[in-house]
Design a binder for this molecule. Sequence first.
Ligand SMILES: Cc1ncc(COP(=O)(O)O)c(C=O)c1O
Length: 400
Amino acid sequence: MPGSELFDHLEIEAVADVLKRKVIHRYAYHEVREGNYRVDEFEAKVAELSGAKHCLAVSSGTAALYVPFKAMGICPGDEIITSSFTFIATVEAILECGAVPILGDVDESLNLSPESAEDLITEHTKAIMPVHMFGAAADMDAFRALGAKYGIPVVEDACQAMGGTYNGKALGTMGLWGSYSLDPNKLLTVGEGGLIVTDDDELYNRMEYYHDHGHIHSKILDRGAEGKACLGFNFRMSELQGALGLVQAAKMQQAISMTRKTKATILDAVKKTGLELRDLPDREGEIATQIVFLLPTPEKAVLFQKAAKEAGAGCSILSGNTWHYAKHWTTLREGAMYSRNRCPYDCPYVEDMPLYRPLEWERTEKILSRAVMFGLNIVMDDARVEKMITAIKAGAKAAL
Ligand SMILES: Cc1ncc(COP(=O)(O)O)c(C=O)c1O
């Protein structure tokens, strides 16, 4: 799936151009950069592509979750509801604010279940954060209705789903803010980087200040003479990544068309097997970076996996996915932090810290143990596609 599969002379030239001009800071050096601001251009391009009013580029997808939480003022004692099936960065961004991640069950879309999220709302809930896993939308109508019912902001971890849509709207643009990751595994990559999109002027300004030590940015003043709005940190993106991002953004639709075409070819070839796909609220809008089938039972998923492997293409059973399933996160359970003040674990502001016990997410376990997943690349030759088709058919024959 990585966007680096499409790297060619355009990325090389864009990066070389920045190197030749020797200005790699996104701010400052106004007098020598001759109007070149690649990160600014990249942000404007992503705002245009997503339809968001504002876009802020930062140093990682993790930072793209943490910065907006900080700008919202999230702090110890606050609770954020998110999914038990996500990448641990989602949860770390919350913990880093001293806040409490409340992890709900998924439904058969493999995204946070709106019903589960509603059950977890308390007086401390400050945001509900569905995660658009494997490039496909969570049920955003239901989440927006939930947010409106309780007056709680909905925010989107769209780190795995840049370019995806839900009923025609870009993922990441349906809540207060949304985040994209541009890390090396993503369909649009700049090596390391992240983006936050929002329509909220005040939030955008706060994020913009906070992500660069509070600087009130100017294109005229020397950086040292700029005013400061707040205490902040450094989550800046560099011009090298900005230049790369601009080229990659122009290729995003091409990349998505390629994964969608491959997925359609495979699904068409296996349509008579009787296999069931995960249940997506908007199948057309997904970026097709994975194929997930839900088998009738966990035992059948094991049979499927074995037969598919023997036929030449491996797949994973998602309940065993240590990257993405909270059941496996020992560090979360143990509160493995270096700081002496271990908020939110031992924290005067937190009454009920969850224990995050394995098998706490019964519904999630039931679904993930039946889910088998194949990853797709952007570039896949016919032989690889054929092998995957053969493996899926073999898996289905053994399991169904
Ligand atoms: C759901 C999710 N959230 C957040 C992140 C963090 O992004 P990054 O690796 O760019 O920090 C990722 C990265 O894979 C992710 O999958």
